[in-house]
Design a protein around this ligand. Sequence first.
Ligand code: GN1
Ligand code: MG
Length: 360
Amino acid sequence: MALSQLASLFEIDGELVAAEPHGTGHINDTYLAEYQSAKGRSRVLHQRINTVVFTDPAGLMDNIERVSRHVEASWRKGGADDVERRCLRLVPARDGGSMAEDDDGALWRSFWFIDGTVTHAAATSPAMAASAAAAFGRFQAQLVDLPGPRLVESIPHFHDTPHRLAAFDEAVAADACGRVAGAAEAIDFVEARRSLARVLLDLHDAGEAPERVTHNDTKLSNLLFDAATGEALCVVDLETTMPGLSLYDFGDLVRSASARAPEDEGDLARVVVDPELFEALARGYLSEAGHFLTRAERAHLVEAGQLITFETGMRFLADHLAGDHYFKVHHEGHNLERARVQFAVVASLEAQRAELLARI
Ligand code: GN1
Ligand code: MG
């Protein structure tokens, strides 16, 4: 691995003095590196792009360049303070592009590191949930006027839930690792909810949920919070920002921030949707995105949570059955545990539906 080579590939001054793995992403490898030059120290995030998952890295990086520049410009236009901490800024590659290939043939991209921030695996207060949802709502609002051609679909069919369901069916039928028997309860959970898969697509087909530019991976841990103030400062992980439905993003917020438990919580009894957190998510999101959403979109916030949580659970489960090739796992059975947590969130959303609707 050629971390030491990266300073020669990107516009970075100085010598590499420290580097360590960073973050909790399931797909790419991320490192935080520190450089020392005559001018001082600088910190850079280097990410090795997973080209098995992202098969069009050039299209992907073109999206990220356009989106990150537009978001930065939008902050500047609004006269915000501290703009460098509110948006991801790419470190240019020395050849003028935004990615570089190392001697092993791996593709890398780099961002300036944002100091003084923390991430959260689960929400701990309504204030945190509201700030998070406002940040993702604002991100969508900033991209409403993104100029130029339609963004590339960096992963085709990403939130096409019927497509995910078909892939799930294939994983069950193949039973490649003999894990179907041990996952019977989780598989039955999916079977009982097949009709959920079309809920947002039906809305889209009826013209009530238009395609927009969405982030598509709005889990709580994809936000940097200011360590001093607790404010959600910066949206990160731009690689699935592409055409989508706004409610995909609200749904993933519900998935990741409406229960006070992380995605792989071991004690399912703790995986309960907290109506206070849900209400805070809706309030924060609508405060920034409410003005461009349709009436039908605003009426489907609970369904959005059910759908994306169901879909993500199904994806974890399918990967478990297939042998853990997609999501990084830290122990055997990790993807099955993640799937069970997602399904507990779905069940809790179903059980509290009336209460949650009353809160919007
Ligand atoms: C993956 O890479 P990361 O950790 O940001 C996944 C998301 C899932 C998420 C679940 C490209 O996100 O779709 O919701 O795991 N990203 C991709 O934690 O598949
Ligand atoms: Mg991601």
